[in-house]
Design a protein around this ligand. Sequence first.
Ligand code: ZN
Length: 434
Amino acid sequence: MYKKIVLFFITMFLIISCTKEGKLDKNINTLIEEDKNILIGINYPVTGINALDNLIQNDIEKIYNDFKEQYESFNSLTEKSELNIDYIYDIVNENYINVCVYVFIDSSKLSHPNQYMKSYVYDIRENKLMSIKDLIQEIDFPKFVSLVSTEIVQNYSNCILLDKMKNIITITYNFPLFTFDTDKVTIYFNPTEITASYCDVISIDIPISKFELKIELNDDEEDIVLKEIQIPTKVIDPNQKVVALTFDDGPSKYTEKIMEYLHKENAVGTFFILGNKVEIYKNTLIKGIQYGNELGNHSYNHKWLTKLDVDEFLMQIDKTQSIIYETVQYKPKVFRPTYGSLNNKIRNNINLDIILWNIDTMDWKYKSVDKIVSRATKNIKDGDIILMHDTYERTYKAIMKIVPILKEQGYQFVTISELKQIELLRKQREIEID
Ligand code: ZN
């Protein structure tokens, strides 16, 4: 019979960064739900600052509950209603944080999608939300107002309602939607505030150099060190059974624990990650790659992809590919569609391998660890792909039971790309034997 094959001997260059670890938590909460009439994809930051986290969480809960109330029993014959919440989480320095929450609701009940955002700029030292007047010197405010108006007219002439804009944007206006960093202040307007309802959220950048700030901003530089990482040689026996563990919707605060456990057990998995969480979980991902796991693309913010037009769909994929590459120097080769939902538009436009699954643990639905374990292991066969989500603690607990059971049955744990290579090798052998 044929010998064991040796797969992969890779030397990779990864950027390891040493960031200052403050008291801040840097986690993203993810909630993905699918029901008869609705699809829900929510991601939002958890900063570790209780007052801010409570505020954000309450706002999100309200949006979630309102959406469910309005759409859960709304049965459209054509398509489901969708709620998607995306975010910006930007730590300016040890004193200031920006969080934005972007809400997208689409339903055949609506004539066009309902999109809006909310911003939270937090002063950590003062322990309070900031207003634009805490940021910009009063004397410079008229200048700031006029800069904003000019930028809007220049960039959004096709969408703005000029009279409305002139009434709102005056020196008494408080600009409730804004963020800032060490280079610029960004001002936002929701649709219907100064634009027609079908327009996107407007965002205008004004360089900080154009006016005086009330606060002092010093840049916290990241020390970036290039390090050579050698991923160890891996031996897989193609005569023995293989299984691919896959995890969607992460990374999350549980991902690293799962990766550590798999590593200890000499196992690997494939993590289909969301682009909007890559930067926050950079260190987790670096560790995951070092341990021989595979990273896959699961879109940027878990939008319902079959509903997007080709450009929007490609933006979801490409933005995720580039943020993964820029952050951890890794190019995913595999893609899993959100909600497992596929059409020809996706099939014809993607240049990554589309990967579904054979075994669905339904870990997003079942709260019992044993139920998840039993669904993962009961009907398993050689070459299967198991679907899980690394966004739940119960999945972490379940994996610690699943791995020993499958090991006992003689399974080897492989990534999706390794699985493909083994399938190919086995096919070639079959042809040779014939
Ligand atoms: Zn998903």
